[in-house]
Ligand binder design. Structure first.
Ligand code: PGA
Length: 251
């Protein structure tokens, strides 16, 4: 964990909730309770249609297309996101990779996001933990592959989210101690790729069954610079506890 860095907590709502009314309700509860917290950046990544609704939020998108404009039915560009005041974009979430997003697509999306001056939250993580020696290889391969064509200077806008796929939505989170070991591997690779001064400022965050009972420990013992929260970010009171607990971790 970089002690000088402001922590980041992302509320990834995925394809939820069903109505704008419910989206506003969840947001209002969270915003009211957390708006005075200054040492955490809370970023909401609701479905695209709800982005304009959450006017007081710091906003991120769950995805983006890599072309600038044109005949790409159903897609949304980085420039369009910027025009709505969106600052962050999730790239390469495992749920998108499972729907067919290849490493090449992740590469292109990451490049587009970073070159547009938006912050990219690049998700990497292994599918299973059967063979202890295999998983760092997979995770590091995803990291290297995604960063292949990115200029060093653009990496200032990178955030790396370590999300073991087996931990997402299962209630079985990684242990903070193990997550800590993984951040060391990621940080070491980032140093090699980006050089010390840039790499030391790239936040590394954890995602996968984060809840109020484990959030603080990921920051404190897991050395995380933040959290990517799925299911628990839709339960307003639970998410408030995650943000408040994390904000109280002493540097
Ligand atoms: P989860 O999702 O918190 O529901 O496990 C995390 C994510 O997919 O980003």
């Amino acid at each position: 964990m970089n002690p000088t860095m402001k922590k980041i907590i992302i509320a990834n709502w995925k394809m939820n909730p069903a109505t704008p009314k419910e989206a506003l309700r969840i947001f209002s509860v969270i915003h009211k309770e957390t708006k005075s917290i200054k040492n955490i950046d809370v970023i909401f990544t609701p479905p695209f249609v709800f982005l304009p609704l959450l006017k007081q939020a710091k906003l991120g998108a769950q995805d983006v297309f890599f072309e600038k404009s044109g005949a790409f039915t159903g897609e949304i560009s980085a420039l369009q996101l910027k025009a709505y005041g969106i600052t962050h974009v999730i790239v390469g979430h495992s749920e998108r990779r499972a729907m067919g997003e290849t490493e090449e697509i992740v590469q292109k999306k990451l490049k587009t996001v970073l070159e547009s001056g938006l912050k990219a939250i690049l998700c990497i993580g292994e599918n299973e933990r059967n063979r202890e020696e295999a998983f760092p290889v997979i995770m590091r391969h995803e990291l290297h592959s995604a960063l292949l064509k990115i200029k060093k200077s653009a990496l200032r806008n990178l955030i790396v989210a370590y999300e073991p796929i087996w931990a997402i939505g299962t209630g079985h989170a990684e242990t903070p101690e193990h997550a800590f070991e993984i951040t060391i591997l990621i940080r070491r690779d980032l140093y090699k790729i980006a050089g010390r001064s840039i790499a030391s400022k790239i936040p590394i965050i954890y995602g996968g069954s984060v809840a109020s009972k484990n959030a603080v420990s990921f920051i404190k013992d897991g050395g995380m610079d933040g959290l990517l929260v799925g299911g628990a970010s839709l339960r307003a009171r639970e998410f408030v506890k995650i943000v408040k607990g994390s904000s109280e971790v002493q540097k």
